[in-house]
Design a protein around this ligand. Structure first.
Ligand code: NAD
Length: 224
């Protein structure tokens, strides 16, 4: 049986499905990943991105307010609408799963669409960053920051706990578009105890997978 057929059958039979994704899920929406062939880490900067994450860099290289969900985001949303018990655990901060209509989404690293004042806690959308120059300021004068997890910061314990529980209870785990090197997020897949772990990626596939599909997420999801 072809690999795609196996995955299709697993999806039909799956009762508690988890899709665990990374930046590769959104490259076909025009948002570059970090470590893929055209990723930010392969572009020529004088310093690695961790060092140059300034507000200007953030606006120019991290925010893609016009990006639209691609076939992977849309299919996942479609399956959830059709009644599948499907949890999406994403390392992405672009909000494209929700934009496609998915509701059961756990954002391990936060979202560029949520911003808050570090002084009074007032919440803002993405517009406050797009429409300001320099660091956006709250009415109270405080600096507004995105609700995203930066290198060295801790993940939200509640989100992490819910992600761990979903993976622990899953009968099918699909991992896609992630290099699985950013921890603690990547470690979550070790909590999967089933025998239906499918990995879809262009490169660097894990030996632990029960099914590996090497290629573009968009192409794989188009044929599901
Ligand atoms: P990564 O850049 O480390 O790895 C992406 C992986 O996906 C690579 O192995 C690449 O070969 C693969 N890939 C890229 N496009 C693909 C496609 N169309 N089909 C199949 N495979 C594809 O990404 P990561 O593992 O998610 O870790 C990077 C961190 O950077 C994450 O924490 C994430 O929050 C953040 N990030 C987020 C976004 C976003 O929100 N869209 C974009 C860049 C980085």
């Amino acid at each position: 049986m072809q690999k795609i057929e196996v995955l299709r059958r697993w999806l039909e039979e799956g009762e508690r499905i988890v899709f665990f994704g990374g930046a590769g899920v959104s490259t076909e929406s025009g948002i570059p990943d970090f470590r893929g062939v055209d990723g930010l880490y392969r572009q020529r900067f004088a310093h690695p991105p961790e060092e140059i994450l300034s507000i200007g860099f953030y606006r120019e290289k991290v925010l893609f307010p016009d990006a639209l969900p691609n076939v992977a985001h849309r299919k996942l949303a479609e399956w959830e609408r059709a009644g599948k018990q499907l949890t999406i655990i994403t390392q992405n901060i672009d909000g494209l799963h929700q934009r496609a209509g998915s509701r059961s989404v756990l954002e391990l690293h936060g979202s560029v669409h949520r911003n808050y004042c570090q002084n009074c806690g007032k919440r803002y959308g993405i517009e406050v960053v797009l429409e300001s120059t320099g660091v956006p300021r709250c009415d109270c004068g405080g600096a507004i920051r995105p609700d995203v997890v930066l290198y060295g910061e801790s993940l939200d314990c509640e989100v992490l706990g819910r992600a761990a529980a979903a993976i622990g209870a899953a009968d099918l785990l699909i991992v896609g578009g992630t290099s699985l090197v950013v921890y603690p997020a990547a470690g979550l897949i070790d909590l999967y105890t089933g025998d239906r772990l499918a990995i879809i990626n262009r490169e660097g596939l894990s030996a632990r997978a029960d099914l590996t599909l090497r290629g573009s997420i968009g192409e794989v999801f188009s044929s599901l």
